[in-house]
Design a protein around this ligand. Structure first.
Ligand code: 7MF
Ligand code: ZN
Length: 884
C-alpha cells in the first residue's frame, strides 16, 4: 500500500540531526542515464550517536552508498535512504542514476528542448541525489559536469569556473560556489546557446561578468533582459545598499519551466516568456514583465540566497520581501501609480479568492501537505503587502535601517519571518507585537467605517471596525494592526488638514482594535473621507459613499488609488443593486454615475494609462469576491448590461476619442522605428484598447457589425507592434466579428513558428465569452504549437479558459468543469504541479449556487477516485471537499 499522505506542521520544526558542510557533485550527462556521484562531508549535530543518517530522495535509482570509502548497509524507501552511522563526522558517497529526458514533472534535473536544466525549489534536489534536502542545511558546492566533448558547448553551475578540460574525448567543467547554500539553490545547465555578454562594475569597484544564455538564433531577443540585470544591480545598490557578491552572474532562458523563474545562486534560470522580447513580437506587458521578473530573481541574491529560509513555512520571508523589492524597482523605474494598481488587482482578484476559499492560509502557513501548493498569491502578494505595511508604518528610513540590521544579523544563515520582524522592530524602536497577526492569521479583514459630523463643534468622527471571517482551522480571529492612510476633502475637493487635540495628525492612522473612533477637529463642513489611500492594507473596505462623494474623490483626490477606488465603488454598488434586481426579475437601473465618471475621465487630462485602468471594468472574478454567495448568472447578465449601456451612452465620445487616437496611431506607424515602450506610448495603447473595445461594441449594438469588423480589422492591419495587434485580435475574438477568421489566419501564418507569441492567439480565443469557445479550445489543443507537456502552452490555452473566461467555464451545463477535470486527470500523470495550478478556478465551489457547487463536487469526487493522484492535486481537492 502507498504511504498515507501526510501533512507537515510548522510547529513540528526540528533542527537537523546532521549537516553537510561540503559537497562534491559529479554529473556524467546523458539524456536517459545521467550518473550522479555525490561526495559529502557530513557532520553530526547532536550528541546522540545512535541516530542514523536519513536522507531525502524521490524517483532515484540508487547505485551505491559508501561511508568513509567503505560500502555500508542502508535501508531505502520510496522517499528516504537511511544509513546507520556511528561517526561524528564522515565522508558520504552516494551514486545515483537518473533519466533527465523522462522527467516530465520538470523538477530536479530535466531536459528542455535538448538542453539540460534544473529546478530544485522547493524539493527538487532529492530527485537528483539522496540528500538532506532542506533549506537549513547549507553546504559549499563543487560541481563537475562531464559529457562527450562538443556535445554541450555550455556547461554551467553555481559560483566560479574552476577548470575546463578534455580527456579521452570527455569534457569536464568544474564550478565552485564559495557561498554555502541550501540544495534548492543548486543549478546545472548544459547545452548549446547564444551568449550575450555585459560587464558591470559595482560601486565598490568589483568587476562582474554578466552573461545571458538563450536558444540559438534568439540573441536579438535578449537585450532587454540582460540590460534589466544591469539596471537591477544598480538599483539594489542605490535603494537598498546591496552589492553583487561574485564575479559572475548568469541568466539562462528555457522553454519548459513550471514557474516564472528561479534565483539559483549566480545561475538564474528563467522561463523564456520572461526573457525573450523584441519590438515586433512582444507586448508592453511582456516588456514590463521581463524587467520585474529579472529584478525579482536578481534581488533574491540577498533576500533568499545570502539570507535564506529555515524551513518552507517561512517561504514568504524571501518571496513577500522580494516581491515588495521588485514592485519598488518597477515603480522607481516606471510609473508608480500603475505598478500599484497592478498589485492591487492581484490582491483583489486571486488573493482575495484564495483567502476566502478552502486553501486559505496565513502568509506563514501552519500546515502543508505539498509545498508546491503554497507558492501562492497569499505567500507572494499578500506577503508583499505585509512588508509594504511595515514600510508604511516605519517609513523608508527606518525600513532601510531594519533591512541593514536584518542582513547583517543573518547573512549566511537560514532564518524565519520572526527574525525579519524582530530586525525591523529593533532597528526602528517600533513595537510590532500585534502586527505579527498578519503572519499567523488567514482571511481578508473587512473594515467597516462610518462617519458622524457635528457642525456646531466642527468635529468629525470616524468609527472604524474590523472583522475577519473564519477560515479553515481558524474560527476566531484577533484584530490586525491595520494602517489606514487617509485624507478628508471638502465639497469643493479641497483637502481638510487632519487635526486632533489642536495638533496635526499623520495621514496614516492605525486601527488595531475591533472598534475604534478617530476624532478630527476644525472640520468646516461634512467631509468626504478618502480611506485606505494607496491601498494601505490588504483589506475590504466598507463605507457608505454617496455618488456625490465618489464624484468628488474621482475628480479631486490626490492619490491615484483613491480615484481608481471611487470608480470601483460605483461599479461594485451597481453590481450589488442589479444582481438583486436580476433575482427579483426587476429591470436593471441606469448606470448614470458611471457613465458620468467615464465621460469625466475621457475628457480630463489624466495620464492616459491611468485613465484606461480606471475606466476598464474589473474582471468578473474580482467582482465575484464582493459576494459571499454569488449568483453567477446575475453577475454575467449585469456585466453585459453595464458594458453595453456604457458603450451606448458614451457612443459619440468613444468614437471621437477612438478616431483621435487612431489618427495619432496612423501617423506614428508611418515613421519606421517609432514604436517604443515609453510611458506615453504605453498610455496611448492602453487607452486605445479600451476605446476600440467599446467603439466596436457600440457599432454592434447599433446593428453595424460590418462597421465594427472593419474598424477592428483596420486596427490589426496597421499595427506595427504586438500590443495593438492583440487589441484588435482580442476584440475580434470577443465579439465574434466577421474579420476574426482573417485575423486568426494571418496571425497563424506570421507566428506559428514562435510558440511563445502564438500563446497570444490561444489566450484570445480561450477568453472569448462565446458559446463555441470550449469547442474551439479543444480544437486548438490539436494545433502543432500546442504541447500539453509545456506549462506555458497549458496556461495560455487551458488556464486562460478556466481562469480568464468565467462565463464559459461556469456555463450551466457543466461542460467547462468536465473539460477541466479531464485535463487535470490527464496532466496529473506527467506534471502534478501544473495540474494543480490550473485546477484553482474550481476551488471556489462553495460560493456558487447549489447546482454548480454540486457539479464541481461530483467532479472532485471523481478526481479523488484516481489511483495515483499527485499530492498537489489531492491536497486541493481533499481540502475543498472537507470545507463544504
Ligand atoms: C516574480 O519566486 C514574482 C514571482 C519560485 C518559483 C519565482 O523566484 C521565484 C522562485 C513561483 C511563482 C512565482 C514566481 C516564482 C516561482 C515569481 C516570479 C517572478 N523562488 Br512557483
Ligand atoms: Zn521569488
Amino acid at each position: 500500500m502507498a504511504a498515507p499522505r501526510q501533512e507537515k506542521r510548522r510547529l513540528d520544526y526540528k533542527s537537523p540531526l546532521f549537516t553537510i558542510t561540503d559537497v562534491d557533485l559529479s554529473f556524467s550527462l546523458d539524456l536517459k542515464k545521467t550518473v550522479v556521484v555525490q561526495k559529502s562531508q557530513v557532520k553530526r549535530l547532536t550528541p546522540d550517536m545512535t541516530q542514523p543518517l536519513v536522507l531525502d530522495g524521490d524517483s532515484l535509482k540508487l547505485l551505491s552508498v559508501r561511508v568513509n570509502g567503505r560500502e555500508t548497509s542502508f535501508a531505502e524507501t520510496a522517499k528516504t535512504l537511511t544509513i546507520p552511522v556511528t561517526e561524528q563526522e564522515f565522508q558520504l558517497e552516494v551514486v545515483t542514476e537518473i533519466a533527465p529526458a523522462d522527467n516530465t514533472e520538470l523538477m530536479g534535473l530535466y531536459v528542455s528542448d535538448g538542453k539540460f536544466c534544473t529546478q530544485n525549489e522547493p524539493e527538487g534536489f532529492r530527485r537528483i541525489t539522496y540528500f538532506l534536502d532542506r533549506s537549513d542545511v547549507l553546504a559549499r558546492y563543487t560541481v563537475r559536469i562531464s559529457a562527450p566533448d562538443g556535445l554541450y558547448p555550455f556547461m554551467l553551475s553555481n559560483g566560479n569556473l574552476v577548470s575546463d578540460t578534455v580527456s579521452n574525448g570527455v569534457r569536464t567543467v568544474t564550478w565552485q560556489d564559495p557561498f554555502p547554500k541550501p540544495s534548492y539553490l543548486f543549478a546545472l545547465v548544459a547545452g548549446d546557446f547564444d551568449e550575450l555578454k555585459r560587464e558591470f562594475v559595482t560601486r565598490s569597484g568589483k568587476q562582474v561578468a554578466v552573461r545571458l544564455y538563450v536558444d540559438k538564433g534568439m540573441a536579438a531577443f535578449g537585450d532587454t533582459a540582460i540590460d534589466s540585470v544591469l539596471r537591477a544591480m544598480k538599483w539594489d545598490e542605490e535603494r537598498f545598499g546591496l552589492e553583487y557578491d561574485l564575479n559572475r552572474f548568469n541568466v539562462v532562458s528555457v522553454d519548459f519551466f513550471n514557474a516564472g523563474a528561479m534565483e539559483n545562486k549566480s545561475l538564474n534560470i528563467f522561463n523564456s516568456k520572461y526573457v525573450l522580447v523584441d519590438p515586433v513580437s512582444a507586448t508592453d506587458t511582456d516588456y514590463e514583465n521581463v524587467l520585474s521578473v529579472i529584478g525579482h530573481e536578481y534581488f533574491h541574491n540577498w533576500t533568499g540566497d545570502r539570507v535564506t529560509l529555515r524551513d518552507w513555512f517561512q517561504l514568504s520571508l524571501k518571496e513577500g520581501l522580494t516581491v515588495f523589492r521588485d514592485q519598488e524597482f518597477s515603480s522607481d523605474l516606471g510609473t508608480r501609480a500603475i505598478e500599484r494598481l497592478k498589485a492591487i488587482k492581484v490582491i483583489r482578484g486571486p488573493q482575495f479568492a484564495e483567502d476566502s476559499g478552502p486553501m486559505a492560509h496565513p502568509v506563514r502557513p501552519d500546515y502543508v501537505m505539498e509545498m508546491n501548493n503554497f507558492y501562492s498569491a497569499t505567500v507572494y502578494d499578500k506577503g508583499a503587502e505585509v512588508i509594504r505595511m511595515i514600510h508604511t508604518i516605519l517609513g523608508e528610513e527606518n525600513f532601510q535601517k531594519g533591512m541593514k540590521l536584518y542582513i547583517s544579523r543573518h547573512d549566511g544563515s537560514a532564518v524565519t519571518c520572526e527574525d525579519f520582524v524582530a530586525a525591523m522592530e529593533d532597528a526602528s524602536g517600533i513595537d510590532l507585537r500585534q502586527f505579527r497577526n498578519w503572519y499567523s492569521q488567514a482571511g481578508t479583514p473587512v473594515v467597516t467605517v462610518s462617519m458622524s459630523y457635528d457642525e456646531s463643534t466642527q468635529r468629525c468622527e470616524l468609527t472604524v471596525k474590523q472583522k475577519t471571517p473564519a477560515t479553515p482551522r481558524q474560527p476566531e480571529k484577533k484584530p490586525f494592526v491595520i494602517p489606514v492612510k487617509m485624507s478628508l476633502y471638502d465639497s469643493k475637493g479641497c483637502e481638510i488638514p487632519l487635526v486632533r487635540d489642536g495638533k496635526p495628525v499623520p495621514a496614516v492612522q492605525i486601527a488595531a482594535e475591533e472598534c475604534q473612533t478617530w476624532v478630527f477637529e476644525n472640520v468646516p463642513e461634512r467631509p468626504v473621507p478618502a480611506l485606505l489611500e494607496n491601498f494601505s492594507a490588504p483589506v475590504k473596505l466598507e463605507y457608505h459613499y454617496t455618488e456625490e462623494d465618489l464624484r468628488i474623490l474621482l475628480m479631486h483626490a490626490k492619490d491615484p488609488v483613491s480615484r481608481y477606488d471611487a470608480v470601483q465603488s460605483l461599479v461594485n454598488n451597481y453590481f450589488f443593486r442589479n444582481a438583486e434586481n436580476f433575482e427579483r426579475k426587476q429591470p436593471f437601473t441606469e448606470p448614470a454615475a458611471l457613465i458620468e465618471a467615464c465621460r469625466y475621465i475621457l475628457n480630463s487630462d489624466m495620464d492616459r494609462r491611468l485613465a484606461a485602468y480606471i475606466m476598464t471594468l474589473p474582471p468578473i472574478n474580482s467582482i465575484i469576491e464582493n459576494f459571499t454567495v454569488v449568483n453567477l448568472d446575475a453577475v454575467f447578465a449585469v456585466y453585459h448590461h453595464l458594458r453595453d449601456r456604457l458603450a451606448e451612452a458614451l457612443k459619440d465620445e468613444i468614437s471621437s476619442f477612438y478616431r483621435k487616437s487612431l489618427t495619432e496611431y496612423e501617423e506614428r506607424v508611418q515613421i519606421p522605428g517609432s514604436y517604443a515602450v515609453t510611458p506615453e506610448q504605453m498610455g496611448e495603447r492602453a487607452l486605445s484598447e479600451y476605446l476600440l473595445d467599446l467603439h466596436a461594441r457600440s457599432l454592434i449594438l447599433a446593428g453595424d457589425e460590418a462597421g465594427a469588423s472593419q474598424a477592428v480589422l483596420h486596427h490589426y492591419q496597421i499595427a506595427d507592434n504586438m500590443t495593438d495587434t492583440l487589441t484588435a485580435m482580442r476584440a475580434a475574438a470577443r465579439y465574434g466579428l466577421s474579420c476574426e477568421a482573417e485575423i486568426l489566419r494571418d496571425f497563424e501564418e506570421k507566428w506559428s513558428h514562435n510558440p511563445l507569441v502564438f500563446d497570444n492567439l490561444f489566450r484570445a480565443v480561450a477568453m472569448a465569452p462565446r458559446p463555441d469557445t470550449l469547442a474551439r479550445v479543444r480544437e486548438l489543443m490539436k494545433h502543432r504549437c500546442f504541447d500539453i507537456q509545456n506549462p506555458n502552452r497549458v496556461r495560455a490555452l487551458i488556464g486562460a479558459f478556466a481562469s480568464g473566461n468565467p462565463e464559459c467555464f461556469h456555463v450551466s451545463g457543466g461542460s467547462g468543469y468536465d473539460f477541466l477535470t479531464e485535463i487535470v486527470l490527464r496532466l496529473d500523470k506527467t506534471n502534478g504541479h501544473v495540474a494543480a495550478r490550473i485546477l484553482t478556478p474550481m476551488l471556489a465551489l462553495k460560493r456558487f449556487d447549489r447546482k454548480r457547487c454540486d457539479m464541481i463536487r461530483g467532479r472532485f469526487e471523481r478526481i479523488l477516485k484516481e489511483p495515483k493522484l499527485s499530492d498537489s492535486v489531492f491536497e486541493l481537492v481533499d481540502k475543498s471537499l472537507r470545507n463544504l
